[in-house]
Design a protein around this ligand. Structure first.
Ligand code: 1S3
Length: 607
């Protein structure tokens, strides 16, 4: 049985909304977060008239997909049935995420033997050249063909009885748009680009990219970087969809100059925010997870460099390894300056900065792992001693006839005393704590910088670096935390990106009550500056990368960090409460309306 869309009156024509993304049930990057976190809010509005299309990958599907075996006679069920009868491998079921929407996953391998004909068709009908492209382009084209067939059959089946909106995310999902328009299929199309292919390449390779953005010849550049097919597909989608949108004003500029289309609308990204009823709860969680990070830090540093954990702050950055685009270069430069400034000012605090990203490595460094294991051993030994002392003290107190406090040393037996001493003795050394927690396959920008600037965890350094070249998951033996818990345990997130269409990382901090630094070249930072003039008061700092050069921006960032370091504990607690209190602004229940507008507009334009 289908649930009727709660917002639709009996007299209105039925509408259905289909979102199409390469990252439906297939996590690659940020688009997965957009689609997945938005589901509850979409289901709330659309009920069963909302579903998603994506590619079928058996491994991810086994974890996130529950098949529906009996095909119902809903529009969706009938179209799936039709496609199967035409010989396509189509999987129909539920996406096992909050909101549990129905999804259709296309096994593009089922038509892959036809890929050359599909490519020839793209060239003949739309002049898309797919010569010498990477394998992904072929996958995307085969997937796009199945999307096209599905939407065409769905529209035929409905014979205009239902209004259909198809919302395509990113070029990888949008190769069907040109054919749908050319064939005049009765579907209202929305295209959202979350970054442009050319923008990503140019920003990473051309100095002062933003100053030159209006001067590039898109085709020449696309050929130069070997991405002609991707850039052409992206351009066609943007130019031919009924409504073209992007995630921020920053990317809107790319659309204008690199895709030849000023977007119709901006759709900012949100999250599914869960807030606690009592303020102190998120503070308690911060303390709990900071304690866990403390354990790692003790294991990693204290064997040669103990410092006061009460006066230690944890900063972090995270994301894909795009050294300049994500602002790792700027962050490192600012940290080197902060280190110098803290030493000069004799500030009695330590900053531990975590770089969390993904780079090829052989394994976790055995020394780092061993140190962490010894820490656990020390903890266990202390727990045993504590238990022994507690019990003996209890017995001695109950049976004692005088009021003297007994000597607690007498309660620890020789075995535990020696075991503790031996463990600590073998652990302590004079080695400098490692910067990288893993054995990297090769040096990279981060390791080169710390060596060159001697930001190498020297005893006198106030800023210590931990470079963890893997994303954090709960099974990780070094932290034993999942990413969200790790974020909560930190004091500050640092994300001064150079190229960042939106950027979820600062938002993930806000959602967990952690102050954050972003940049005015990131979509999120730019949005924040537009909606909240006093953003700094609310715990969001924005580095000016638009009008300052690299070194001025690094100086500004180092001053921001220094100001943060100088805050008192009380000030930090207040700031955490403030950050947490603005998190609702980014809940999808508030941001979905931008999507609603795009769907209404597409339907109007289709008529
Ligand atoms: C893109 O993912 P990325 O990390 O490749 O889309 C994300 C969702 O819109 C966005 O947050 C990010 O900035 C883009 O770069």
């Amino acid at each position: 049985m289908e649930i009727q869309n709660p917002l639709q009156s009996a007299t209105q024509k039925q509408k259905i909304l289909i979102e199409i993304a390469w990252e439906t049930c297939n996590q690659v990057g940020g688009i997965y977060t957009v689609i997945r976190t938005k589901v509850p809010s979409m289901v709330e509005k659309w009920g069963d008239d909302y579903f998603l299309l994506g590619p079928y990958f058996p491994q991810t599907a086994s974890a996130e997909f529950e098949p529906i075996h009996d095909l119902d006679d809903s529009v969706l069920g009938k179209t799936v049935q039709k496609m199967r009868s035409m010989g396509y491998a189509v999987h129909y079921g539920y996406w096992l995420v909050t909101g549990k929407p129905r999804i259709v996953l296309f096994d593009f391998w089922s038509i892959y033997n036809n890929i050359n004909a599909l490519k020839a068709g793209l060239w003949e009908r739309h002049q898309v050249s797919t010569l010498n492209t990477e394998e992904l382009v072929s996958h995307v084209i085969a997937f796009g063909e199945m999307v096209r067939v599905f939407l065409t059959e769905l529209a035929k089946e409905q014979q205009n009885k239902i209004d259909i909106v198809a919302h395509f995310h990113e070029w990888m999902a949008a190769s069907a748009i040109p054919d749908l328009r050319k064939d005049q299929i009765k579907v209202a199309t929305v295209f959202t680009t979350h970054a442009t292919m050319l923008g990503r390449y140019l920003a990473g390779n051309v100095p002062n990219f933003y100053d030159k953005i209006d001067t590039f010849d898109w085709l020449k550049e696309a050929r130069h970087y070997g991405i002609e097919a991707q850039a052409t597909l992206e351009r066609l989608a943007a130019l031919q969809a009924h409504v073209t949108t992007t995630v921020s004003d920053v990317t809107a500029k790319e659309c204008e100059f690199l895709l030849g289309k000023v977007p119709d609308l901006i759709l900012p990204n949100g999250l599914n925010i869960t807030r606690f009823s009592a303020m102190h709860e998120h503070q308690n969680l911060h303390t709990k997870y900071k304690d866990r990070i403390n354990e790692f830090v003790m294991g990693h540093f204290f064997q040669s460099q103990p410092f006061n954990l009460e006066k230690t702050l944890y900063f972090f950055t995270s994301g894909r390894y795009e050294y300049s685009n994500k602002g790792y270069d700027l962050t490192l430069e600012a940290l080197a300056r902060l280190n110098w400034k803290m030493k000069q000012a004799k500030i009695d605090k330590t900053v531990v900065m975590f770089f969390i990203t993904k780079q090829p490595y052989h394994s976790i460094d055995p020394e780092v792992l061993h140190s962490r294991a010894v820490m656990d051993e020390i903890r266990e030994t202390c727990n045993s001693i504590e238990k022994q002392v507690g019990e003996q003290l209890f017995k001695a107190s109950a049976s004692s006839s005088d009021l003297q406090m007994p000597d607690l040393n007498n309660f620890v037996d020789e075995y535990w005393r020696l075991r503790l001493r031996r463990t600590i003795q073998t652990w302590k050394n004079n080695k400098r704590p490692k910067v990288v927690t893993h054995l990297l396959k090769q040096n990279d920008g981060i390791t080169d910088f710390v060596q060159k600037s001697n930001l190498m965890n020297n005893p006198e350094d106030k800023v210590k670096i931990v470079y963890h070249p893997d994303f954090i998951v709960s099974t990780n033996p070094l932290f034993g935390l999942d990413y969200g818990q790790f974020v909560r345990g930190c004091n500050l997130g640092v994300f001064p990106s150079y190229y960042e269409p939106w950027g979820y990382t600062p938002l993930e901090c806000i959602a967990r009550g952690v102050p954050t630094i972003t940049s005015d070249l990131s979509g999120f930072g730019d949005y924040m500056m537009q909606i909240m003039r006093d953003y700094e008061h609310w715990g969001v700092m924005v580095v000016n990368r638009k009008t300052q050069d690299f070194y001025k921006a690094a100086e500004q960032l180092s001053e921001m960090l220094l100001k943060f370091v100088k805050q008192s504990l009380r000030e930090r607690i207040t700031q955490r409460n403030r950050v947490e209190s603005i998190s609702d602004t980014f809940d999808w229940s508030n941001l979905r309306t931008y999507y609603d507008t795009s769907h209404d507009l597409a339907l109007k334009r289709r008529k």
